[in-house]
Design a protein around this ligand. Structure first.
Ligand SMILES: [Zn+2]
Ligand SMILES: [Zn+2]
Length: 625
């Protein structure tokens, strides 16, 4: 058996749990009265190494443990290197930029309490002692030289000056330093929250980056930043911790602060306009766990503010499903609705559907997806003339006639109808109308004799100036009973009309038409001006009927029977003129009113042109003499 080439040091010191490996080497060398710690390295075959390299060299653990007579795992915990060569701090993987053994920094107050080197002093983003709040010192207060590992003791400088100093006044400990200390002293498998997801190293990486982005300082290595401007470095850490302290709420607050500066940034829209350098940093980030955590928190933030317009594919595709669903561009909306930009844009503007974007300079206009979806549903639920004709199963002419007869349901209203831009009807209402008409039909039976469809029935009465509307009106009035031709015929095309019944209807309608007077003719018979009759008709004093085949008000006519009834019930003053006791005055009506007769209508009653009285009242007046 070959002799062990590595001797054991006669005296041992115990490693502190929060000590650094180079610090332990210094103490071990001191205990064994070695001139410098480098003697110790030479003794275990690491003569060419520096303290810095040993601190970060996993291969140094075994010979050092042998020499010092300590368990390897104790040294491994204190080392700044993992077995795979990656950088560790107190067992936590951290980015290489964030730990330095090269630069020795100390807290004089800690050293006064116990003269050993704390591993956390190697953390480059740490600027003050987390226990005492005093700045970490990297120079001897006496000789002013940089502190290094070439020393006999941790307690004093090479010049002999004692480094430890009793606490006179403690400084404020920044939250970030406290948090970093707490996280580093938590075993990796006991971490919680964000630190569990991205590790202490991820937290540190994020802390530094968000601090730099938040303060808008160039993203540099922490040590370089601290060397250039220690005060700024401390502020970066504070700002970074503000964004992390209560993840993700604190990060959302951080995003709010970035957005507040959006007006000062170049560009017109997009994530860079809103969040400055954050998106670019995020895209370049290689730590997947950190990138994922930030993207998730950013997506959650964006889902609450869907009006932040972005075409950034990266973020859009990473927004969670509900956030992605929150908004669509105008172009997407056009596609969803099957309509054009030209048509949708003014409608969207009129009804407040646009949630963001001016549409200028290529900035996308955004609509809430939910409103577009609702609109698409409404849009599908309305029918233009063509579709309405198909639902009714009638041709162009018949449809116009039915519409004219006032039989169609009320036209559609609202955003969808506006988007349509032309007359349209709710599909459901059209279907209900068809179903209603069809429900009046009886089963086809021989007893009905020959049966014709709507178009042919319409032709049978067209000589009277009547159309399909008249046929359907008669059906709805119960004057004409259709029969069901088939169960499959579309809309009203499934109906048949018995020829005999249509002929009878034609005869009846013809007779009715002949038995009515136009309003002008009625005026002549009543010896008043036509305008007066129009006014009486409009007020319902003279009943009128709508005659099929005629149009609008011009089509309102007076049945002879109603005219006779009107004559029996009402009279104008002119009928009394010259009668016994009545003056011939043109102001007779006013005299009659003066004698206590209340007119039904007239200039002083409702602004009509002529006074009209109840005949019974006038006759009573005549009887009075
Ligand atoms: Zn301290
Ligand atoms: Zn000194």
């Amino acid at each position: 058996m070959a002799p062990d080439p590595i001797p054991r040091l006669p005296l041992r010191v115990r490693a502190h749990a929060d000590e650094s490996l180079p610090g332990l080497i210094v103490r071990m060398a001191e205990e064994n009265l070695l001139a410098t710690p480098y003697r110790l390295l030479e003794a275990c075959g690491l003569g060419r190494a520096t303290m810095t390299s040993v601190a970060a060299d996993p291969a140094a653990i075994v010979p050092l443990a042998r020499l010092m007579g300590l368990p390897e795992e104790d040294l491994r915990r204190l080392s700044y290197a993992a077995a795979d060569g990656s950088v560790r701090l107190l067992g936590h993987p951290v980015p290489g930029d964030f730990v330095t053994a090269d630069r020795m920094r100390i807290c004089p107050l800690c050293l006064a309490e116990a003269p050993y080197h704390r591993a956390i002093w190697g953390l480059t983003v740490l600027t003050v002692c987390p226990a005492h709040g005093v700045p970490l010192a990297d120079r001897c207060p006496d000789c002013g030289l940089r502190l290094d590992w070439r020393r006999r003791t941790m307690a004093a400088c090479r010049c002999g000056a004692v480094l430890g100093r009793a606490a006179s006044a403690l400084g404020p400990v920044p939250d970030a330093a406290t948090a970093a200390c707490r996280l580093l002293h938590t075993p990796p498998d006991a971490l919680a929250g964000l630190a569990r997801d991205i590790g202490v190293g991820g937290v540190l990486r994020l802390l530094h980056a968000l601090g730099c982005i938040g303060l808008n300082v160039p993203l540099r290595r922490p040590l370089a930043l601290a060397d250039a401007d220690p005060e700024l470095a401390a502020r970066v850490v504070d700002e970074g911790w503000r964004a992390l302290a209560d993840w993700p709420a604190s990060f959302h607050g951080f995003l709010d602060r970035l957005r507040a500066d959006a007006p000062l940034r170049r560009g017109r829209y997009g994530l860079a306009k809103q969040f400055g350098r954050l998106p670019a940093w995020l895209n370049a980030l290689t730590e997947h766990a950190v990138a994922r955590a930030v993207r998730e928190a950013l997506a959650a933030y964006l889902s609450g503010i869907p009006e932040i317009p972005t075409r950034a594919r990266d973020v859009r595709t990473r927004r969670p499903a509900e956030a992605d669903a929150a908004c669509v561009t105008l172009s997407d909306a056009c596609q969803l609705l099957g309509t054009s930009h030209r048509r949708l844009r003014p409608v969207a503007a009129r009804h407040g559907l646009l949630v963001a974007g001016s549409g200028g300079q290529g900035e996308p206009l955004l609509l809430r997806r939910s409103s577009v979806r609702t609109l698409a549903g409404e849009f599908a639920g309305i029918a233009d003339r063509r579709r309405a004709r198909a639902i009714l199963g009638v041709g162009r002419r018949a449809f116009a006639d039915i519409e004219h007869a006032g039989l169609l349901p009320s036209p559609a209203a609202g955003i969808a109808a506006d988007l349509h831009g032309r007359a349209c009807w709710p599909v459901v209402a059209l279907q209900t109308f068809v179903a209603h008409v069809r429900s009046t039909a009886t089963r086809a039976a021989r007893a009905h004799g020959p049966v014709v469809p709507l178009a042919a029935a319409t032709r049978m009465i067209s000589g009277l100036g009547l159309g399909s509307g008249t046929i359907l009106a008669a059906v709805l009035d119960g004057r004409l009973r259709p029969v069901r031709l088939s169960t499959r015929g579309k809309g009203l095309a499934a109906l048949g009309f018995p020829v005999a019944a249509v002929e009878a209807l034609g005869v009846a309608l013809g007779a009715e038409a002949r038995a009515t007077l136009s309003l002008a003719a009625a005026a002549a018979e009543l010896a008043v001006k036509p305008e007066v009759v129009y006014q009486w008709a409009r007020r319902g004093i003279l009943p009128t009927v709508a005659v099929p085949g005629q149009r609008a008000e011009r089509g309102r006519r007076v049945r002879r029977a109603d005219l006779e009834a009107f004559r029996r019930n009402y009279a104008t003053a002119s009928e009394l003129r010259g009668r016994p006791g009545m003056s011939p005055s043109r102001k007779l009506a006013l005299e009659i009113i003066g004698r206590g007769v209340v007119p039904v209508t007239g200039p002083s009653v409702d602004g009509t042109r002529q006074y009209l009285f109840r005949r019974a009242d006038l006759e009573a007046l005549l009887r009075q003499g």
